[in-house]
Design a protein around this ligand. Sequence first.
Ligand code: PA5
Length: 452
Amino acid sequence: MENIRLDITKTLSFLGENVISTYLPEAMSALKAVEDGSRPGNDFLGWVHLPSTISSELINDIKATAEVLRQNCEVIVVAGIGGSYLGSRAVIEALGNGFQWLINDDKNPTILFAGNNIGEDYLAELSDYLKNKTFGIINISKSGTTTETALAFRLLRRQCEEQRGKEMARKVIVAITDAQKGAARKCADQEGYKSFVIPNNVGGRFSVLTPVGLLPIACAGYDIEQLLAGAATMEEATGSNVPADENISLQYAIVRNALHQELGKKIEILANFQPKLHFIAEWWKQLYGESEGKDLKGIFPASVDFTTDLHSMGQWIQDGERSIFETVISVEKSKYKVLFPNDEENLDGLNFLAGKRVDEVNKMAELGTQLAHVDGGVPNIRLIVPEINEFYLGQLIYFFEKACGISGYILGVNPFNQPGVEAYKKNMFALLNKPGYEAESAEIQKRLSASK
Ligand code: PA5
């Protein structure tokens, strides 16, 4: 199998041909720090060698657990938020039929996601949908205390026990959490649920290749060994022993930082031309947003689905403030072949496309967009993926993770913490009078009445 590839030529006209060599010493030092743990965040580098070191015992345990859920559930609800659900959702949606949720095949359970919002209607409608279904739950939370997830899990668990009985519920509820601490661990141990551990040294947004991502993906019927194999090839291809002109994570990290530092580009837009990749972009936004947006620094990660969004955001990208650059995930080969038919009357005037594949039209839209955006002053990075399958998605995930670590260090932040996420939680708990937040509660009430 070949590897995914990176084309940075459409950034060099903006940055100059020497950009890679100029940034190389700094980038190599950042890459070495990701590998040897010599910079802040070094207690969260467990993801770096995960693909090549994951044990066959763990893989088999995940596969066996997935089989129990597949055998006993029409629907599996994955409860988790942020890094505890985005990776699995991204892979499942990329690999699945775009209309999967409307297809009731007996072969695969429907995978649904909850615990990633506090929408009352969302939970009510989910509960209603689950009423006559045999369903199971994968409860994922590293801290084991995240409100959104815990809230959904309490509701889902009760419904599961009521519908399926305590004994069956015990069989179809699985926890993925810390080895010792947190409410999710306590509940799993007390109830005797099957559980998996999220390694201490792997942060949420880097955890898709642990049971966090692997179990839901296996439940959906996909090949987690191929996913890991792809990631392992990227682990090798992005090591510090690989020449810079072959190391695509290093190059991506350099180019995005150079665009930011040299040209003041503030926003990176991740674009795809395959609607299946929508959640890959959601996962990527979390990865880069939480890793780099801190200490008043960071490139803002945005995303678009093309050609859909060419009819909404296209205008802004073409003619708006020149503070953006674009990274396009370009898929070489579609899974299916759809030929555009000839029409004798040609009322729509589209006979010039007769006999062409729909994908050929899509490819020309992609090329036309690239030319237009580059002409309009938007540097373009192209990430070429031969086709959407488990292997290449594994490569894509690891490529972005490695580049994110390097990039964050070049930017001068600790890419592996997320202190800013706590601010809203503190206010929410204070407003809800959570025990232990009495002082914050009083303070926030004072602020609110002063602003009335
Ligand atoms: O990357 C991160 O650490 C976060 O996005 C977490 O994944 C997210 O906040 C969920 O946390 P937890 O798994 O503890 O429920």
